[in-house]
Design a protein around this ligand. Structure first.
Ligand code: UDP
Ligand code: MG
Length: 151
């Protein structure tokens, strides 16, 4: 089975609003495999590294403040096409442009409170997984159910 991994994070507003289970549940129900997870109250420096590509954007300081305002729930998911499919499950960056049925389209309104993060490419997923989880990255295990998800 061709497989890949992605980094999905419930942001501080998602944690505060009790949406961890809902977000994790959508990935589980789709059939993706949870291969790592933890709660972290990240430092500003760590978040500046995570969002390094956005340094210089007008919303950057507010983004870092928002992301450092409380704990996040960091997860790693594995499965076929999970990077692209993960982004589709989350919806558009701006929740107002996210279709109902997506996580942001169902639970968020403002772009600066869009409750979740997902890697935008296989390359950034690798970087993000190693930034948040270090060398270990993921905890591999066999799932009997895979035979019912993949043909
Ligand atoms: N963001 C914002 N204002 C903007 C664009 C982005 O506050 O105009 C925030 C938003 O929380 C977004 C994050 O910055 O999720 C990272 O932006 P990116 O363009 O990478 O969007 P994402 O990959 O999260 O969809
Ligand atoms: Mg992004």
């Amino acid at each position: 089975m061709a497989t890949e991994q992605t980094f999905i994070m419930v942001k501080p507003d998602g944690v505060q609003r009790g949406l961890v289970g809902e977000i994790v549940g959508r990935f589980e129900k789709r059939g993706y495999q949870l291969v790592n997870a933890k709660m972290v109250h990240a430092s500003q420096e760590h978040l500046e590294q995570h969002y390094a590509d956005l340094k210089g954007k007008p919303f950057f300081p507010g983004l870092i403040k928002y992301m450092a305002s409380g704990p996040v729930f960091a997860t790693v998911w594995q499965g076929k096409d999970v990077v692209k499919q993960g982004r589709a499950l989350l919806g558009a960056t701006n929740p107002l442009a996210s279709a109902p049925g997506t996580i942001r389209g169902d639970f968020a309104i403002d772009v600066g409170r869009n409750i979740c993060h997902g890697s935008d490419s296989v390359e950034s997923a690798k970087k993000e997984i190693s930034l948040w989880f270090g060398q270990d990255g993921s905890i591999p295990y066999k799932r009997a159910v895979d035979a019912w998800i993949y043909e």
